[in-house]
Design a protein around this ligand. Structure first.
Ligand code: MSP
Length: 637
């Protein structure tokens, strides 16, 4: 079998998965299923990008090691894809040993070929985009995200990117579909034509990364590290080069310029194609953490099912362009296209066969016009799918559904069923067969987009073999066997009450947001979640007296306190307040603590509670204190 290897970007572990990540991964899962249908042995890689200063800082802020922090978020991504039932073959973490080896090997190959050298870099750097901004001056904003850049000076390894301009332009020229869609290709060509500068591929300023061989002070630049995941995930298998890297448009430069250059430098085969899709906007605004308008996939999964989301994303948004997500539009599409369109065709067709033919598919060649329409739609939809024009493919499939509906109404089988003559009987057989065969072809065609629902319809059509085994050749008209006994009919897409389902999704969204924030070690502002008083009463807060305080070895953030809260033994509490308080100054001070948290280990010390302090991101914490005398152990409520 011929292999088809495709990848999604590997997602940063300093944020939790949302619908934007789901968009790419769902599209990749769909392509994977389509390729299997074409007879390829398709393999899909995704994973997590876990190194870099962002993760290091986020972990520090939580008093966790970078590894502890990133373990939680990587697991969250893995789970997310499980919940959404995505067929992920390889989930690679950049913290895996084999990945580190692969990155080091890539570097050694470049080094052996004289493609890297040691130099000094002094300039502006954006820690959020992990991007050196060569043209920027101190204080200038990052061109990608607008946040201020930081000035760094360090000894770095450089990759001789400046020598690759011609080879890259030649690649884009000889392989016009190397970068898709065309707009992205043109942007990349314009960028490379301006000339390329050598690229720093190691850092000495951070520790959380993969060590550079023979250079203990250096770790790899996150993009040199991250891009290599596409190879490390299939290390030792015969899958490289990738057939497709699916990405969002903001990371085209890394994939279409740096990555092929690194591979050329190491004398390794290049991926075949890079496809950059657009951004998913929320109600016409770019989703962003600061706007607080990020939507997550699981509430939608719970209320309407993952297939509703998959269908919406691939039907509503032209793949490659930006598109808007809104709950209204989602429920609208669900009701009109899935519940009324496909759902209706399925239930009325199958119910009629049960009613008029005892649940057995009648024998007939079917209607030749509909057969011809089905042949054309199958060909054009497969063609559109191949070009990743999902919305076009779905539009044409829904055209076939409409044609079948119209045909059924015109033939009026309910009238034919009332006549006992041979002509009517034959016409009823033809009508029912035509409807069922169209339903079969439609179901097979949309399986890759809505796999769970398609499987259900498939079973209702009487198949016992899973729909995943269907191949393109099975799309030919007339493959539905006469006499096949249908399964039990049930509604695959029950109609959704728009108001109620949107309310429910919004409610679940608030919960999901709070859950993810907790994973990231952040608390949700009280106004965003209302909790019942019982929840508040679960938190046992007490007045405590600090008896001992000391710095924690190996940490410049943590202090270790022994606190008296009126219990026989002092409480050991590790708190991230070393930046704001000297240990001696705390001894004898009254503070407030949360006393019933599950204990956890920080730097090998058990922490049996949490200190309550006012905290501002990036600023110093301020401990709660009491103006009146508050007795040790008194409860705060
Ligand atoms: N870690 C890098 C990628 C390294 S690949 C070797 C990274 N990670 S990320 O977590 O920021 O993920 C970015 C990708 O997530 C985008 O390229 C896109 O695939 C997907 N999306 C995240 N938000 C999105 C939208 N709002 N809209 C569309 N896609 C989005 O960049």
């Amino acid at each position: 079998m011929t292999k088809y290897y495709l990848t999604t970007p590997i997602y940063y572990t300093n944020a939790a998965p949302h619908i934007g990540h789901a968009y790419t991964t769902i599209a990749a899962d769909t392509i994977r299923r389509l390729k299997c249908m074409q007879g390829f042995d398709a393999v899909l890689t995704t994973g997590t990008d876990e190194h870099g200063v962002n993760v290091e800082r986020a972990a520090q802020a939580q008093g966790k090691t970078a590894q502890e922090y990133t373990d939680v978020i990587a697991e969250e991504f893995r789970n997310q894809w499980k919940i959404l039932d995505l067929a992920i073959d390889r989930f690679e973490r950049t913290t895996s040993d084999r990945h580190a080896r692969a990155v080091q090997e890539l570097f050694i190959r470049c080094r052996d070929r004289g493609q890297v050298y040691k130099g000094t870099y002094s300039g502006q750097y954006c820690i959020f985009d992990n991007l050196y901004v060569n043209e920027a001056k101190p204080g200038d904003p990052c061109p990608e995200c607008g946040r201020p850049t930081e000035t760094v000076t360090e000894e770095n390894y450089f990759f001789r990117l400046s020598e690759y301009q011609d080879r890259l332009l030649d690649l884009y020229d000889k392989q016009p579909d190397f970068i898709q869609p065309e707009t992205r290709r043109n942007e990349v060509i314009a960028f490379v034509r301006q000339g390329l500068q050598d690229l720093s591929i190691s850092r000495t300023s951070i520790k959380w990364g993969i060590p550079v061989p023979d250079e203990p002070k250096h770790v790899f630049y996150v993009w040199f590290d991250a891009l290599t995941t596409y190879m490390s995930a299939v290390y030792g298998e015969d899958l490289w080069p990738a057939d497709l890297h699916l990405i969002g448009k903001e990371i085209v430069r890394f994939h279409a310029v740096y990555w092929p250059a690194f591979l050329m430098g190491a004398d390794l085969p290049l991926p075949k194609k890079i496809f950059a899709h657009g951004w998913l906007l929320f109600e016409n605004d770019k989703m962003s953490k600061s706007r607080g308008n990020i939507v997550r996939a699981t509430p939608i999964h719970k209320v309407l099912g993952t297939d509703a989301l998959r269908y919406f994303l691939l039907r509503e948004v032209v793949f490659g362009q930006d598109g808007s997500f809104s709950y209204d539009a989602l429920v609208g599409r669900y009701n009109s296209d899935l519940a009324n369109g496909l759902g209706n065709l399925a239930s009325r067709t199958l119910t009629m066969i049960h009613q008029y033919r005892g649940g057995a598919v009648p024998s007939s060649d079917g209607d030749s016009h509909i057969a011809e329409a089905a042949r054309e739609v199958a060909a054009s939809a497969l063609d559109a799918f191949d070009r990743l024009e999902f919305s076009k493919a779905l539009e044409s499939i829904w055209g076939l559904i409409a044609a079948a509906d119209k045909f059924i109404v015109e033939r009026a089988p309910w009238k034919l069923a009332k006549s006992a003559d041979a002509d009517s009987k034959k016409l009823l057989d033809d009508t029912l067969y035509t409807a069922a065969e169209t339903l079969r072809i439609v179901t097979a065609l949309i399986y890759a987009v809505i796999p769970n629902s398609a499987s259900k319809i498939w079973e209702q059509l009487g198949y016992t073999e899973p729909i995943s085994g269907v191949r393109t050749k099975d799309l030919h008209w007339g493959r539905l066997p006469a006499g096949q006994l249908l399964g039990t009919v049930s509604a695959v897409f029950p109609r959704a009450d728009a108001k109620l389902s949107i309310e429910k999704m919004r409610e679940l969204e608030v919960e999901e947001y709070a859950r993810q924030q907790a994973l990231l070690g952040k608390t949700v502002a009280p106004a965003e979640t209302k909790i019942p008083i019982d929840d508040f009463l679960k938190i046992d807060m007490r007045v405590g007296l600090v008896k001992e305080a000391a710095a924690v070895k190996g940490s410049d953030k943590l202090l270790h306190l022994q606190v008296d809260i009126g219990e026989p033994k002092l409480r050991s509490i590790v708190a991230g307040i070393a930046g704001a308080y000297q240990p001696e100054a705390l001894i004898g001070r009254k503070i407030a603590i949360v006393a019933n948290l599950q204990p956890r280990k920080l730097k090998g010390l058990e922490s049996q509670g949490m200190i309550i302090a006012a905290s501002v991101e990036g600023g110093n914490p301020a401990l709660v204190s009491f103006l009146e005398d508050a007795p040790i152990g008194a409860r705060l409520k």
